[in-house]
Design a protein around this ligand. Structure first.
Ligand code: IPE
Ligand code: MG
Length: 225
């Protein structure tokens, strides 16, 4: 979800107004993805590198995310959405926010309508290190480590491989996002800034995705769902 700062800058507003404006996009995209039959949606909300931002901006984001979680928890639940968190649980995350995340996960854990993964305090490399640590702690012999075994030690290990990554605002970078899971992802970089991104933009991306020929390193074109 990129481009909040530039959206605000274009309007001569503080960066934080861009983050506030992002809330409407988040809700629109969740609803649109669910209606389109997307089973797994992940939103990259805050990276392990975002801690480098000014304290006031971090503070604002923490408060905003908490407000959004509290405000929309019942709606997400009513829509049958299972919410999960993919992140490091850094001690700098305010305790009330961590509690609200935990409550949202508990409230929605039995839902199967769509799984919404909120990547918050997330870093792909950090997840890979976590998997390595977990393997070592479990005493898994080196020769027993294969890709499936390694993936089973990643945080939230039942998360499937990513099919499509949409990064708004025209930036063309991975920025440490779910590095293990994006190995064969398709990428779309719409120029639109995240606060301006709406359901029709998402549907356009899904349409473009369906036109892609995913060969996974092979040669024969294969059917896509
Ligand atoms: C994305 O918008 C929001 C977060 C990373 C929290 P940015 O804040 O990165 O917006 P730009 O890139 O400065 O426009
Ligand atoms: Mg950015």
């Amino acid at each position: 979800m990129d481009g909040n700062g530039r959206w605000a800058q274009q309007r001569a507003l503080p960066r934080t107004s861009g983050h506030s404006a992002a809330e409407a996009t988040v809700i629109d995209v969740i609803e649109a993805a669910r209606s389109a039959g997307v089973e797994w949606l992940s939103l990259y909300a805050f990276s392990t590198e975002n801690w480098r931002r000014p304290d006031e901006e971090i503070d604002f984001l923490m408060r905003l995310v908490r407000r959004v979680v509290r405000k929309h928890a019942l709606l997400l639940h009513a829509r049958g959405i299972r919410c999960r968190l993919l992140g490091a649980e850094d001690p700098r995350i305010p305790a009330p926010l961590a509690r609200d995340f935990a409550d949202l996960m508990t409230l929605t854990e039995a839902n199967r309508g769509m799984t919404l993964t909120v990547a918050f305090d997330h870093g792909g490399r950090q997840d890979i290190v976590a998997a390595a640590r977990s393997l070592i702690r479990a005493g898994v012999p080196a020769d027993a480590v294969d890709q499936a075994c390694f993936a089973a030690h990643l945080p939230v290990p039942d998360t499937p491989d990513v099919d499509l990554v949409i990064r708004t605002s025209g930036e063309q970078r991975i920025s440490n996002f779910m590095l293990w899971q994006v190995a064969y992802a398709e990428w779309i970089f719409p120029p639109v800034l995240w606060p301006d991104f709406r359901a029709p933009h998402l549907l356009e991306c899904l349409h473009e995705y369906r036109r892609r020929d995913r060969r996974f390193g092979g040669v024969a074109p294969q059917a896509k769902g």
